[in-house]
Design a protein around this ligand. Structure first.
Ligand code: PEP
Ligand code: MN
Length: 443
C-alpha cells in the first residue's frame, strides 16, 4: 500500500478544508510536519486494532470520549487529568457490568479541527470565516484571528504531543490506580442527587475490590491502563504529512493518533477522506448519520476494510434518539447479512443537538440516554453486539447539556458554558451515563 500525495487527495475533492491564502507558508508547515517524529507508534495502533477486533466479535466494549474540540488553551495538567479521570472511572463501572474488557479511547491529543455547517459567521453587520477549530483559526471574532493559518498545524502537533505525554504518564505511571478511579464513582454515588439509584452496583464493585485485596490479588492491570488517542481525520495537510511507512511491515500508518475517524460531513465515497483512511493500517471509524443507506455502509466497508479484518473498521452511528429505532435495524441487518466484520458504536450526542430559547446549543441528557438505549435494543433484537459508546464529555463541572441527576435547565447554561463547539456532558452527567449504560449491559 502506498501513501497518496496531497495533490492526489485534493484532486479527489475534499469537503471542509481550510483555505490557505499563502501556499508557501502552507508548504513550509507541511514540510516541518513531515520531519516530526511519530506521535503514536504503529505497533500501538496494531494493538488497538486487535482489541477492536474483540469488540467486533462481541468480546469487548469501547468507551470513547473527550471534548468536541480540544483547544490550545486547554492543554494544561488539570484539564487533561480531569478528563482522563472521568473516562477511567466510567471504564471501571462499564468493565464490571459488561464482564468484558473495556477499550479506552480518548477523543484527545489531536481533536483540534471541526467541520462546520456554514463557512461564515455573522455577528451584527460583521461576517467572518467560521471558527473551524484551533487547528485552522482562532475563536476570537476578528479578521486576524479567523484567518486560516497553516502554522497552527504545527501547534496541533505540539499540543497533541504534550497531551499524549501526560496521558501516557498518567495511565502507565501508577496514577490511574483502579481503586482511586473507583473512589470517584463512590463519591458520585454518595453525593449526587441520583447517586442512591446506583448504590448497589457501586457496592458490588467495592466488594469485588475488597475481596481481591483480602486474597492478595494485585495484578499490574490494577495500576496501569491501556489508553489510546483518537480524533476526526479532517485536515488533509496534517493527516497526510503524519502518514508514514512503518519500517516493520512496509504499510502506511497515520501516526497522528491511534484511531482516526471520518466525520458525517466528509464521508463522500470516492472523496479524499475515505481515500486517505483506506490506505492506512490504523483502525478507523466512520460516522454514519440518518441518511446513510445500507449500500453506502457496504461500500464503506469495501473501501476501508477490503480484507474484512475484524477491528479494522468501526461504524459510529449518530442518528438521534427519535430515529435510531427506525433506521438502525435495516443497516445492521444488511451489514451482517453481507458478512461484514465491523465494530458498532453509538454516538448519542450528534443527532441530539438543539438550541435553547436563550441561545445555547445543548443536548438533553435523557435524549442521549434514549439513543444509547435504542442502540442496545436494536442490536439485542438482531443478535448483534452493541460494541460501545462515543461521547463528548469533560471532567469539569460545566453546564452545557441540560438534564441529568443535577436537573440542569436552560437557565443554568449561563453559569459555565465553556465549549467552543458542541455541548459536553459534565463530570456528574458522564458518570451517570456510565452507570446507566452499565445497567443496559447487564439487562
Ligand atoms: C463530532 O464528532 O464532533 C462531529 C462533528 O460529529 P459528526 O461528524 O458525527 O457530525
Ligand atoms: Mn461535536
Amino acid at each position: 500500500m502506498s501513501i497518496p500525495t496531497l495533490e492526489e487527495l485534493h484532486a479527489l475533492g475534499a469537503a471542509q478544508q481550510p483555505t490557505y491564502t499563502n501556499p508557501a507558508a502552507r508548504d513550509a508547515a507541511v514540510e516541518r510536519l513531515r520531519g516530526m517524529p511519530p506521535l503514536v507508534f504503529a505497533g500501538e495502533a496494531d494493538q488497538l486494532r486487535e482489541k477492536l477486533g474483540a469488540v467486533a466479535r462481541g468480546e469487548a466494549f469501547v468507551l470513547q470520549g473527550g471534548d468536541c474540540a480540544e483547544t490550545f488553551d486547554g492543554v494544561n495538567a488539570d484539564n487533561i487529568r480531569n478528563k482522563l479521570r472521568v473516562l477511567l472511572s466510567m471504564a471501571v463501572v462499564l468493565t464490571y457490568a459488561a464482564s468484558v474488557p473495556v477499550v479506552k479511547i480518548g477523543r484527545m491529543a489531536g481533536q483540534y479541527a471541526k467541520p462546520r455547517s456554514s463557512d461564515t459567521e455573522t455577528r451584527g453587520d460583521v461576517t467572518l470565516p467560521a471558527y473551524r477549530g484551533d487547528a485552522v483559526n482562532g475563536f476570537e471574532f476578528t479578521p486576524e484571528s479567523r484567518a486560516h493559518d497553516p502554522q497552527r498545524l504545527l501547534e496541533v502537533y505540539h499540543a497533541s504531543a504534550a497531551t499524549l505525554n501526560l496521558a501516557r504518564a498518567f495511565t502507565q505511571g501508577g496514577y490511574a490506580d483502579l481503586r482511586k478511579m473507583h473512589a470517584w464513582n463512590s463519591d458520585f454515588v454518595r453525593n449526587s442527587p441520583v447517586g442512591a439509584k446506583y448504590e448497589s452496583i457501586g457496592n458490588e464493585i467495592d466488594k469485588a475490590l475488597a475481596f481481591m485485596d483480602a486474597i492478595g490479588v494485585d495484578p499490574d492491570e490494577f495500576h496501569t491502563v491501556d489508553f489510546y488517542s483518537s480524533h476526526e481525520a479532517l485536515i488533509l495537510e496534517y493527516e497526510q504529512a503524519l502518514t508514514r511507512i512503518d519500517q516493520r511491515t512496509g504499510d502506511p500508518y497515520d501516526v497522528s493518533g491511534h484511531f482516526l475517524w471520518i466525520g458525517e460531513r466528509t464521508r463522500q465515497l470516492g472523496g479524499a477522506h475515505v481515500e486517505l483512511l483506506s490506505r492506512i493500517a490504523n483502525p478507523v471509524g466512520i460516522k454514519l448519520g440518518p441518511t446513510t443507506t445500507p449500500d453506502d455502509a457496504l461500500a464503506y466497508a469495501r473501501a476501508l476494510n477490503p480484507d474484512n479484518t475484524p477491528g479494522k473498521l468501526t461504524f459510529v452511528t449518530r442518528f438521534g434518539a427519535a430515529k435510531i429505532r427506525d433506521l438502525l435495524p435495516e443497516l445492521v441487518e444488511k451489514v451482517r447479512a453481507a458478512g461484514v466484520q465491523v465494530a458498532w458504536i453509538t454516538d448519542p450526542m450528534h443527532g441530539n443537538t438543539f438550541a435553547t430559547d436563550n441561545g445555547y446549543k445543548t443536548r438533553e441528557f435523557d435524549d442521549v440516554i434514549d439513543e444509547v438505549r435504542g442502540f442496545f435494543e436494536v442490536h439485542r433484537a438482531l443478535g448483534t453486539w452493541p460494541g460501545g459508546v462515543h461521547v463528548e464529555l469533560t471532567g469539569d463541572d460545566v453546564t452545557e447539556c441540560v438534564g441529568g441527576g443535577g436537573k440542569l435547565v436552560a437557565a443554568d447554561l449561563t453559569h459555565r458554558y465553556e465549549t467552543l463547539c458542541d455541548p459536553r456532558l459534565n463530570r456528574a452527567q458522564s458518570l451517570e451515563l456510565a452507570f446507566l449504560v452499565a445497567e443496559m449491559l447487564r439487562e
